[in-house]
Design a protein around this ligand. Structure first.
Ligand SMILES: [Zn+2]
Length: 313
């Protein structure tokens, strides 16, 4: 069924078809949400979208931004997490000769900031979740602003890298955010993004049970072509995308098992919802990550990592 209404953030077209209908798997509840897919470019979007005030209740304070892994309790988990962050920082730094100044937008509890600081980068973060912002400050000693990027008024061309790791799919206006990142970067600076791939085989296979749908928190479902188009239209070049197939394998399988068991709501404990915990679970996750990285050389996958450069003048 074709639906019109909110315009597509990438191509501006309004015509779309219903793509997915799913509940909030993270927090539970009876309500279902609807994602449409743009008929013209393929970008998925949440529509209708809850009001800005209502969105607050879908981000349990302190839980969502830390849910990527509260693994300080286990030495092994902490070590493996540092390895993961180190790999991300290596990918981010691949195109640069020198260290510089980084702004991580939506920095969560500051793990990526810490990994970059360890390589001599001057780091700053923005985090809307107050609890996570405090943790990020504690972890890095860096300035972490508990505000939106529009409210900060950084001078133009202040940073050598701007990163948004699993953030772009959450913002109201992704074009505005990428344009803002372009302004903030010095000529030759790097944009570094990580986000789910709504055009991946996993998204198709798991359908309404795909973990990275994450409705209603994910407003947008980017594909490699829609992401590349947005970033290029905002002025970036040398756009490179890397893939991580099967990244959410455990969560996807768990969603299927829960569905088969007739459970439609989410686990009560948000903080332990994500894969990381201690011991075997963590080890299993990093084993999967290693396989994922190898497969990603050959196949598309459900998580994408993008680097792009702001042209030199
Ligand atoms: Zn579109």
């Amino acid at each position: 069924m074709a639906v019109t209404g909110t315009a597509c953030a990438v191509c501006g077209a309004t015509a779309a078809r219903i793509w997915r209908v799913a509940p909030d798997y993270l927090l539970g509840g009876d309500q279902t949400f609807r994602a449409l897919r743009c008929l013209s470019c393929g970008l998925a979007r949440l529509q209708p979208r809850p009001s800005a005030e209502d969105m607050g209740k879908y981000y349990a304070v302190g839980a969502y931004a830390r849910a990527e892994g509260d693994s300080e309790s286990s030495g092994l988990a902490a070590r493996l997490n540092r390895t993961f962050q180190e790999q991300a920082s290596r990918a981010a730094r691949a195109s640069l000769r020198n260290e510089g100044r980084l702004l991580d937008i939506g920095c969560g509890d500051g793990r990526f900031l810490a990994a970059m600081a360890a390589h001599g980068w001057q780091v700053e973060g923005i985090e809307m979740d107050g609890v996570a912002a405090v943790l990020a400050r504690k972890r890095t000693g860096a300035s972490v602003y508990n505000k939106s990027v529009e409210d900060l008024n950084f001078p133009e061309e202040s940073f050598d890298m701007v990163s948004l790791l699993h953030v772009l799919e959450h913002v109201s206006d992704p074009r505005k955010v990428i344009a803002e990142a372009f302004q903030l970067l010095r000529p030759g600076g790097t944009l570094f993004l990580a986000l789910p791939n709504a055009g991946s085989p996993e998204a198709a296979l798991f359908g309404n049970l795909w973990y990275a749908l994450d409705l209603p928190r994910h407003f947008w479902g980017f594909t490699p072509s829609t992401l590349r188009r947005l970033v290029k239209e905002c002025g970036f070049h040398e756009v490179k995308i890397r893939h991580f197939p099967l990244f959410y394998l455990f969560q996807n399988v768990r969603n299927v098992i829960r569905r088969l068991a007739g459970k439609k709501t989410a686990p009560a404990n948000v903080a332990t919802d994500r894969v990381e915990g201690s011991g075997m679970r963590t080890l299993a996750f990093y084993a999967l990550l290693t396989v994922s990285k190898m497969l990603g050389v050959l196949f598309p996958g459900e998580v994408m990592e993008l680097t792009a450069q702001k042209p030199m003048r």
